[in-house]
Design a protein around this ligand. Structure first.
Ligand SMILES: Nc1ncnc2c1ncn2[C@@H]1O[C@H](COP(=O)(O)OP(=O)(O)OP(=O)(O)O)[C@@H](O)[C@H]1O
Ligand SMILES: [Mg+2]
Length: 460
């Protein structure tokens, strides 16, 4: 194995580890990141701003503030050093030194009897000034000293022990310290709060059209009206909204067209059938004519059902509906036909649906159960997203491979079983059509009662 091989292997494993880390990091981030567009957009604005400000503040404190304070401290200490020199070189009068300090240097000087200096005071937490001053004094004066930068707020006290006295100096704090630099920080934070407020207000206005578009698409998906929706907001959002409106009207147009065409066909056929019936009536009575009449009647019934299917549930408005009461009505219908029927509903019963259409959907399922079984059980369940109504029966059921087939219009499994019962094979097709137009669906499965379970699920 060459060194190149080892190198390549090490590189590859490092790469794999880095990729793994990136993966884990992005998963963790995904978990903690806010989900809403509004929160995300805000975060995108806030995070860089806070980062930028922290960096600026840090660099500013570190460099500028430090430097200015150092320079200022140095100049105060230089003044004091000059005073000490004057005092000790010329054996100057204490009063004269005091006067010069007061008038020329704005320092209040006192001479105290020579004693030990007090013990060093507690260091202030934010000790920029303390440090700078101590450094400068030990560099330029080189005598024992004591300073107090905490005590009196506007003044800094410095004591230096000379040979025969202790010189006490009060210097204005502002002369030794870049004292109003915090104004910079106040301005920085203040302006960013203002900017942030403006950003929040603007963002809200930008995001509202997106939310409105989402709401409109959602209600259209549930088959509800989308009242006065218009494209608003930024160009891209408008484009999406415009595309949604066009898609919606295309779908509505094609449904309308389908309905109109089917209705037209059915109507024409009905005219012909009526004529047929009249002609049959004129022919007179014979067993053949009787059979033909029966066939014509059956055709008429099928045509009616077909018309109803074609008409669909167009035009009906969604309205809040009491599902529990609805199911009770179905139960009453079932019992009137002599079937053992039980009903149960869980959850908040008021759901927005197209009432007549939804009732038709459920009634179709119940009539199927009534046709094939003795006892029927209707169960409604509603949570925060879905309304589910299951119709169970104890009949023969439908074998799994046929459970999708039976939704096809005009498909009947029991032609041979009971021909006279007069089903047209449209019940399930209509029911599924209605459920889908509400944004939901119907599924068939095995029932605990032994027969078929038909479950309608629509979003609330
Ligand atoms: N609960 C059930 N148990 C057993 N078979 C069923 C049940 N429901 C429906 N089927 C079968 O599915 C077929 C299609 O049902 P669908 O409701 O579409 O039509 P239909 O009941 O025959 O006629 P229509 O409902 O138009 O009067 C039925 O012919 C029947 O064979
Ligand atoms: Mg049916």
């Amino acid at each position: 194995m060459t060194t190149l091989d080892t190198g390549m292997r090490a590189l590859r494993s490092a790469f794999v580890r880095a990729y793994d880390l990136y993966d884990r990091l992005s998963i963790a981030l995904k978990g903690t990141m806010p989900k809403g567009l509004y929160a995300r957009a805000l975060l995108i604005i806030i995070a860089p701003m806070v980062l930028l400000q922290s960096v600026v503040a840090f660099v500013f404190m570190e460099r500028h503030w430090n430097l200015v304070t150092q320079r200022l401290s140095a100049s105060v200490v230089q003044d004091i050093a000059a005073l000490i020199d004057v005092y000790s070189t010329f054996r100057a009068d204490q009063a004269q030194v005091r006067r010069i300090a007061q008038e020329r240097l704005a320092l209040a000087v006192d001479f105290l009897p020579v004693t030990e200096l007090p013990p060093p005071g507690p260091k202030p937490f934010f000790s920029l000034l303390d440090e700078a001053l101590s450094q400068e004094i030990s560099r330029r004066i080189r005598r024992p000293f004591w300073i107090d930068t905490v005590g009196r707020s506007a003044l800094v006290e410095i004591r230096v022990r000379l040979d025969d006295t202790v010189m006490r100096v009060f210097a204005p704090r502002s002369a030794a310290y870049a004292s109003n630099s915090h104004i910079f920080l106040v301005w920085m934070v203040g302006t960013s709060v203002v900017l942030l407020t403006v950003a929040i207000l603007f963002l809200r206005n930008q995001i509202r059209p997106i939310l409105r578009l989402a709401d409109a698409a959602e209600s259209f998906g549930k088959g509800r009206e989308v009242p006065n929706f218009r494209p608003r907001g930024a160009r891209e959002v408008r484009r999406a909204a415009q595309a949604f409106i066009e898609m919606k009207s295309r779908i509505e147009r094609s449904i309308e067209q389908r309905t109109a065409m089917l209705a037209g066909v059915s109507h024409d056929l009905r005219t012909v059938l009526t004529r047929f019936k009249l002609e049959l009536a004129l022919i007179g009575d014979s067993p053949e004519v009787e059979a033909m009449k029966k066939d014509v009647d059956e055709m008429g019934r099928m045509l009616e059902a077909y018309l109803a299917f074609a008409r669909g549930d167009t035009g009906e408005q969604s309205a809040p509906t009491d599902m529990a009461a609805f199911l009770d009505e179905l139960k009453a219908d079932g019992e009137r036909n002599g079937h053992k029927t039980s009903v149960a509903f869980h959850g908040h019963p008021i759901v927005t649906v197209r009432p007549a259409a939804f009732k038709r959907c459920l009634a179709n399922l119940v009539s199927n159960a009534a046709r094939h079984a003795h006892s029927i059980s209707i169960t409604g369940h509603r949570d925060h997203r879905w309304l589910t109504v299951s119709v169970d029966d104890d009949g023969p059921g439908i074998p799994p491979h046929l459970r999708e087939e039976v939704f096809k219009p005009f498909l009947r499994l029991d032609d041979a079983r009971n021909q006279d019962e007069g089903g047209t094979g449209l019940g399930l097709a209509i029911a599924r059509d209605i459920a889908r137009s509400h944004g939901g669906d119907i599924t068939l499965s095995e029932s605990p009662l032994g027969g078929l379970r038909a479950a309608v699920r629509v979003p609330v």
